[in-house]
Design a binder for this molecule. Structure first.
Ligand code: ZN
Ligand code: ZN
Length: 428
């Protein structure tokens, strides 16, 4: 297998029972998810590992790489400040040197130092057999215990029809034996409690005596177990796509300049059980998570970068930033059963206190660029004039005269105003 980065031959590396493909030249590693998971079991993780191969692709400037195993083009995914190459076909990931520690940093209880891949494995991935690790995993299971299941329901009209038939059939009986009326009325009222009406894109999470029994979805007239109660008694859970706009925020960019950024996040509830039971209020939750994601992303980029530097910037690479934002927010709100549809930067500017200084800097840079172009053009023109004069033997100039002419031409070509020629006549 060849290194996707520098094309050297990869070697098989065995460290503490872990087998990875390693590039000696660049320190990169090709790791299967099974091995990654095994590493996770050795590390004291605080949360569940996420398989990079299952994460959503993003478009970035970096050129795509080829999977060393199946030679397919690998996709890029954004993850906690790094971009890794993944191969969905082999369920594997390529980690450039140093990226492994950054990947695990998010999941680990004790923050590891950022180090090269090989050192990271030898230093941190050591077999642990203590019970704390097991407890850690159990706690996590509790946190994400609830998953949405469909609630049992019957078409409301069917039950309504049956109820009416029963009432009609019971009427003659009531006339003969009126004492059954006080028994019949509560039964009918109780049965009627099971009727639920849902509009399009609405859901109801139902519990029976405190236990979650399922979510009722689909517009229409339903009948459910009359003991079932809605978790949100006054309203339904909206499944519509919603827009979150937290307004402008002041964040420092990579260079420490304060800038104002605003984003909108379009999201929807995908798993009603997670949204209701895993977090206190999922709307506040996504709002807070979006803010923190925005801060994390903005801090990694400069506001502006010259095009020739090839560096990504907030202003120049909005598609890349949006993709990263979406991935970061999605990761944060996964526990609340929320699906992030889109995240976009809507406002981006220097903070007012430095905006004027930044504008002056920009203007100065523009003036310098313009002058450069003028001087370059003028020098070319002078060169051309001298060459053609001597080539066509029009005049023969000595060095001093040439210097004089260069001087005159440059003044004429580069000055801001029209030059006024002074013609000297040597008559006296
Ligand atoms: Zn390499
Ligand atoms: Zn592959």
């Amino acid at each position: 297998m060849k290194c996707p980065k520098c094309n050297s031959e990869l070697e098989i590396l065995n460290i503490n029972d872990l087998t990875v493909q390693y590039c000696k030249d660049c320190g990169g590693m090709w790791i299967k998810y099974a091995t990654l998971k095994k590493m996770g079991e050795m590390l004291e993780l605080k949360s569940e590992l996420i398989n990079p191969a299952e994460m959503e692709n993003i478009n970035v400037k970096e050129a795509p790489r080829t999977c060393p195993s199946c030679t397919k083009t690998m996709d890029k995914v954004y993850f906690n400040g790094i971009i890794v190459d993944k191969c969905s076909a082999c369920n594997s990931t390529w980690f450039d040197n140093g990226e492994l520690s950054k990947y695990f940093k998010l999941f680990m209880k004790n923050t590891p130092e950022i180090t090269d891949n090989k050192t990271f494995i030898t230093k941190y991935c050591i077999h642990k057999t203590n019970k704390d690790l097991k407890q850690e995993f159990q706690e996590l299971e509790i946190q994400s215990k609830e998953h949405e299941i469909p609630a049992f329901s019957i078409n409301g009209f069917v039950i309504l029809g049956i109820l009416l038939l029963v009432i009609l059939a019971a009427l003659p009986l009531c006339l003969i034996a009126p004492f059954i009326v006080p028994f019949l009325v509560p039964v009918v009222v109780f049965m009627a409690k099971g009727f639920k009406i849902l509009k399009p894109q609405e859901a109801l999470a139902l519990t029976i005596f405190g236990n979650y029994v399922g979510t009722l979805r689909g517009a229409g007239f339903h009948w459910v177990n009359p003991f079932a109660m809605s978790v949100t008694p006054m309203t339904t859970i909206s499944l519509k796509a919603m827009t979150l706009d937290n307004g402008k925020q002041k964040i420092n960019d990579e260079l420490g300049n304060p800038i104002e950024v605003g984003i909108i996040v379009i999201w929807e509830v995908a798993d009603t059980a997670k949204a209701i039971f895993n977090v206190d209020d999922y709307k506040t939750f996504i709002s807070a998570q979006s803010d923190s994601a925005l801060r994390n992303i903005v801090r990694m980029y400069p506001y502006d970068a010259p095009e020739e530097s090839g560096k990504s910037s907030l202003r120049g690479d909005s598609a890349e930033i949006s993709a990263k934002l979406k991935a970061e927010i999605q990761r944060n709100v996964r526990v609340a059963g929320i699906n992030v549809v889109d995240a976009k930067i809507t406002h981006l500017a220097y903070a007012p206190e430095i905006a004027i200084a930044m504008l002056q800097r920009q203007q100065a840079a523009a003036v310098i660029d313009a002058k450069k172009a003028i001087v370059e053009g003028a020098v070319g023109m002078v060169e051309m004039a001298l060459n053609r004069l001597s080539a066509n033997n029009i005049v023969q100039l000595d060095e001093l005269e040439k210097a004089k002419m260069v001087n005159n031409l440059l003044v004429t070509l580069c000055s801001n105003k029209e030059a006024q020629p002074v013609i000297k006549n040597n008559l006296h």
